[in-house]
Design a protein around this ligand. Structure first.
Ligand code: FMN
Length: 186
């Protein structure tokens, strides 16, 4: 199951194919079983479906326009930000909302949210549902935070695109460099 978890690009998703309430419940329950230091449970998700994906697309484009110096502005990137949310059936803003425990650093809260996303992604992949974590710079910027109505200490860690793969699409393949090369034994 772990080796078969794959990122499915939004362009390869069927935006119309429904995701049942039961599936949403499962995904969010799986996320909610993630570990967190001192049980801060800092994962929060704002889910855009249907028409609200258009508002999301517009907000991303607007944030990109405002946040990007003119010399670095890429029209194709701007266009892509407007299109991608509509390819998916739903888009989840991944948010880390830290508890007010001063001893827990933000990096640990972010790690806990990543665990929650991985739980959800594993559940999705095992059901054949596609997901894709995208982290454009604008997603963590102030402009987009305002759109999401985030609290002062909250941080958006990116967008999780969700949708069934288009009919006839093969489940993507991937590989990893050897696991043991990443270990130091003492
Ligand atoms: C925190 C995080 C941020 C990511 N951001 C991006 C991104 O901005 N653009 C992108 O193409 N992929 C992004 N990815 C997805 C990776 O491209 C993908 O996980 C990787 O290619 C491995 O493919 P797999 O998930 O199918 O194993 C991100 C993944 C993670 C965990």
């Amino acid at each position: 199951m772990i080796a078969n978890r794959r990122s499915v690009k939004p362009i390869n998703m069927d935006s119309d194919k429904e995701i049942t309430d039961g599936m949403w419940q499962t995904l969010i329950e799986c996320a909610n079983w993630a570990p967190s230091h001192n049980h801060t449970e800092p994962w929060r998700f704002t889910i855009f479906r249907g028409e609200s994906r258009k508002h999301l697309a517009e907000a991303l484009q607007e944030a990109y326009k405002v946040d990007t110096p003119e010399a670095e502005f890429k029209p194709e990137k701007y266009e892509k930000m407007g299109r991608n949310p509509l390819y998916a059936h739903a888009v989840m803003a991944i948010i880390a909302s830290p508890g007010n425990l001063p001893k827990i650093p933000m990096v640990e809260e972010i790690a806990a949210v990543a665990c929650a996303v991985q739980n959800m992604h594993l559940a999705a992949s095992s059901a054949g549902l596609g997901m894709f974590w995208s982290s454009p710079a604008v997603a963590s910027g102030e402009n987009f935070a305002e759109f999401l109505k985030l609290g002062d200490d909250d941080k958006c860690l990116g967008l999780l695109y969700v949708g069934w793969p288009k009919e006839g699409r093969e489940w993507p393949k991937s590989s990893r460099k050897p696991a043991m090369d990443k270990v130091v034994w003492k």
